[in-house]
Design a protein around this ligand. Structure first.
Ligand SMILES: [Zn+2]
Length: 423
């Protein structure tokens, strides 16, 4: 969560979860009061926005990942400002608010990619096409009385995407010409050299793997991030109607149905199951006819209680046969609890003779050379790297220095709760 303020008026960008704290919390954050959630560190501490008597005129949400929308039910209601986002992000935001207490009465304004929205009082917003790993992600350009602020959390440049357009490079160059006062980029993978692989490259690999699994025979399972609708479409396309497809798990159901509402995925040939009885029924049929089904299931991080964990632990009337296949179209999030969970899941699968295919995946985050391109296109006067630990922020500063910026002169390391004042 970041606020950009000019003359006492501010626009907030994203109101997300600190995912590690959400996972580490003893109970579901949505069941906590706002104060309890604040104590865990799972949601942003926004007290200084009240202390400083700032008038928040708008809340802008760049995309629907939980680390960008998760804390909306807890915090957005205390601002009398509209929430502005793309239609798919709005679906996810509504989903979050629905899941929690009904204390968020903010108007939700749907603005499509490439369109603008006027907050009044000299603040105008433009949504520019940008690639990430969930539908309708945007780079937010906020024109203020003091110049433009560019907020890019999260983003990458994919010259071969499978669905949406490539990051709008021409428009970014124009915005660079118009002048950018400050840029606030995410930093997740800036420490990795080179460029992030394209989604098309993953599609080719996924099709190869799936084809080989079908030729070898046996049951085939696949798991990916539920909000990565482009990847789900790639899976459906790679399957090409050869097997019946079942989606198993609550988050898959929610994100896929949200996408279906906006015609972003066709689920007419997909069986979607999330309640235990429904999943049990699907798995009984898969057990009887393993080569008739492709099962897409939640739980690629080995989360206890997710569908893959249930399947691998024998909680359904299904037994693996030696030579069945498990495809992970994902990467393991490198935190100790997640790595431990995935280790346990892999062990269970391997002990039952399942063949595992790892990392058929690409990240939604820019690497170093993609970030350099954003800097060169936008040529911001100031840069405030964000959304990363001190290592990522430091790596970004190193990149900015290569591009002629100087620490504490025009590139700054900020921190949670800090205020940075630009003259
Ligand atoms: Zn994201």
């Amino acid at each position: 969560m970041t606020a950009v303020e000019v003359d006492g008026k501010a626009v907030i960008f994203d109101i997300g979860f600190e995912m590690e704290e959400v996972i580490a919390a003893d109970e579901d954050v949505s069941d906590m009061t706002t104060n309890q959630a604040l104590d865990t560190g799972a949601i942003p501490r926004d007290a200084q926005l009240f202390d400083n008597d700032v008038n928040v005129v708008g809340i802008v949400i760049g995309h629907g990942h939980l680390d960008h929308v998760g804390a909306i039910p807890k915090l957005a209601g205390s601002y009398s400002a509209p929430i502005v986002c793309t239609p798919y992000t709005a679906e996810v935001v509504e989903m979050q608010i629905d899941d929690d207490r009904k204390n968020v009465s903010n108007e939700i304004v749907r603005v499509s990619k490439g369109e603008t929205f006027d907050f009044g009082q000299g603040f105008e917003l433009e949504f520019v096409d940008v690639n990430h790993s969930i539908p309708q992600t945007v780079l937010s350009i906020l024109d203020t009385p003091d110049g433009k602020a560019v907020y890019g959390n999260d983003m990458k440049i994919d010259r071969n995407p499978v669905e949406e357009k490539t990051t709008n490079i021409e428009r970014l160059e124009e915005i660079g010409d118009e002048g950018v006062k400050t840029m606030i980029p995410g930093t997740t993978r800036v420490g990795e050299d080179g460029r992030t692989r394209s989604e098309q490259a993953v599609a080719v690999e996924l099709e190869d793997v799936l084809k080989s699994c079908y030729q070898a025979g046996g049951a085939v399972f696949i798991s990916t991030f539920s909000s990565q609708i482009a990847r789900l479409n790639t899976i459906l396309e790679a399957n090409g109607g050869k097997r019946k497809v079942a989606f198993l798990g609550r988050s898959l159901k929610e994100y896929a149905h949200a996408a279906e509402q906006l015609d972003l995925i066709d689920l007419s040939q997909v069986e979607v199951a999330s309640y235990y009885d429904e999943c049990e029924d699907v798995m009984r049929r898969v057990d009887n006819n393993p080569e008739e089904y492709l099962v897409v299931a939640t739980g690629h991080q080995g989360e206890p209680g997710a569908q893959l964990d249930k399947i691998a632990s024998g909680q359904y009337p299904f037994d693996f046969e030696k030579g069945d296949h498990m495809i992970f179209s994902s990467h393991v999030i490198p935190t100790p609890p997640t790595e431990a969970n995935r280790y346990q899941l892999d062990k269970k699968l391997k002990s039952q003779g399942v063949r595992i295919y790892e990392d058929i995946h690409t990240s939604g985050h820019a690497r170093k050379e993609d970030h350099r391109e954003f800097i060169k296109l936008l040529r911001p006067e100031n840069i405030v790297p964000s959304h990363g630990g001190i290592h990522q922020l430091g790596d970004y500063v190193e990149l900015a220095r290569e591009e002629g910026y100087e620490l504490n002169k025009d590139v700054f390391i900020s921190s949670n709760m800090a205020t940075l004042e630009l003259d």
